[in-house]
Design a protein around this ligand. Structure first.
Ligand code: UDX
Length: 434
């Protein structure tokens, strides 16, 4: 029989973890503090969008139980994943109050149990929790850092096919117990100290964000020099030392991880008296990149006052309804401030978008958003936008400008319909140099 497991926090990471381990045959008790969320999950409704997740939870329903009560988690399980959120505070540090609450609520068990931290936490959190547990007389509760590297939209696949599993522990037997859960993976299982495991997660996300800001700056330089960043990225990516990933130029990164984790790492360094210059620049480049589209629109349309702009896609990336730190948030706020009207369309994220964006029209389809628009901006590379018939687009729009914020469309197809194509770091609107 497989080891029963606990999962504390029924957010995206918690539910993906629960579904995948249940699918491997583990009994899993998932605990959350929000009664409505637990009730929804019990009723078979999954309150987040992740391809395949609802199906996997349903298929393994027999092995998954949801609860509000921490005691239920440890009724049978001796290993529990902590998957609570750690949002940024006003200072840019991570808010660890939910982690603290988990520690406070641990039941009084005499037996050994292990808290396995999956939430992204600043380096040093494990040491703090360890001290706290010891002070509380819970020296028998083990603590392991086991960061997740799952990307939204491909969470199930990433869980089953990780590049590596990182296990940072204070005690070897805890590391071994957690490593044993990942026997199914073919990838290396890296055992480290707790602080290093915590840093692997922060450094990985910071490095990926750095690659994105780097290629975005190269794209901006391509625009003034006449090079095409798509060709440049292919050429750079073929160097085996560099690799092809995370070199897609666009209008900036968003989501629940990169903005939060880069800021947390910057603050962590600053709190220790170190100014992380490179990361500071990465963050600033990203902020400016989110605004570059406005400049492109002004270049073609002049003043934006009284114009109508169609935003195609609102989520921070495709295959998710996550709107956290999405480029569409900054973009829509800037455009509204400049006096434009906005018709936004997203195939999945409208409900989430409505919570964060006000003052724009939400369209039911791409065609509806494009009707009468002076310009269209592709914000999120949803596959359906590649299927657009650009003759129909040209007929529906009032203007001609299509700004492809993700270099996702085929410039030739857009131009063939008589539209002006502007990508990011690609040759000018008529296919020639600027
Ligand atoms: C990321 C990490 O990939 C994952 O390992 C970590 O656990 C959480 O953070 P996620 O935020 O889901 O995952 O999305 P990801 O696919 O990495 O994209 C992040 C952002 O970068 C998106 O806004 C995306 O549009 C942008 N991006 C990514 C680019 O602009 N260019 C790229 O080349 C890649």
């Amino acid at each position: 029989m497989k080891e029963p497991l606990g999962v504390i926090g029924a957010g995206w990471v918690g539910l993906v973890t629960a579904a995948c381990f249940a699918d491997l045959g583990h009994d899993v008790v998932v605990r959350d503090v929000v009664p409505e969320r637990v009730a929804e999950l019990e009723a078979g409704r999954v309150p987040i969008f992740e391809p395949g997740l609802a199906e996997l939870l349903a298929a393994n329903g027999e092995r998954i139980r949801y609860t509000l009560d921490m005691a239920d988690v440890f009724e049978r399980a001796r290993l529990a994943f902590v998957c609570v959120d750690t949002p940024p505070t006003h200072s840019g540090d991570a808010d660890l109050s939910r982690v603290s609450r988990v520690v406070e609520e641990l039941p009084d068990l005499a037996e050994r149990m292990i808290l396995i931290m999956k939430s992204t936490v600043p380096v040093g959190t494990g040491a703090l929790v360890r001290e706290r547990l010891d002070r509380m007389g819970l020296a028998h509760v083990g603590y392991v850092s086991n960061p997740e590297f799952l990307a939204e939209g491909s969470g199930l696949h990433d869980f089953r096919n990780p590049d590596r599993v990182v296990v940072g522990a204070f005690a070897q037997r805890d590391a071994d117990a957690v490593a044993a859960l990942y026997r199914f993976v073919e990838a290396p299982i890296l055992q480290t100290d707790v602080a290093s495991a915590e840093m692997v997660k922060m450094a990985s996300n910071a490095f990926l964000a750095t690659r994105v800001s780097f290629i975005n700056e190269i794209a901006n330089v391509c625009e003034v020099t006449g090079a095409d960043v798509e060709a440049v990225a292919r050429g750079v990516g073929l160097d085996h030392r560099l690799g092809p990933h995370f070199l897609r130029a666009g209008i900036g990164y968003g989501g629940s991880c990169f903005p939060k984790d880069t800021s947390a790492l910057k603050q962590l360094a600053a709190n220790s008296g170190y100014h992380f210059q490179l990361l500071t620049a990465v963050i600033e480049v990203n902020e400016l990149q989110k605004r570059r589209v406005v400049w492109k629109l002004v270049k073609h349309l002049g003043s934006l006052r009284g114009t109508t702009i169609a935003l195609l896609g609102l989520a921070f990336k495709p295959n998710t309804d996550d709107m956290r730190e999405a480029s569409s948030l900054v973009l829509s706020a800037r455009l509204l401030a400049d006096g434009a009207s906005i018709a936004g369309y997203d195939p999945v994220a409208e409900e989430e978008a409505r919570k964060l964006i006000s003052g724009i029209e939400f369209a039911a389809s791409a065609q509806e958003a494009l009707a009468g628009a002076d310009a269209a901006v592709l914000v999120t590379e949803w596959p359906e936008f590649a299927e657009l018939d650009f003759a129909d687009v040209a007929a529906a729009m009032r203007g001609q400008l299509v700004v492809d914020g993700r270099n996702y469309l085929d410039p030739a197809a857009v131009r063939a319909a008589g539209l002006l194509y502007e990508g990011i770091g690609r040759p000018g609107p008529n296919g020639k140099d600027r």
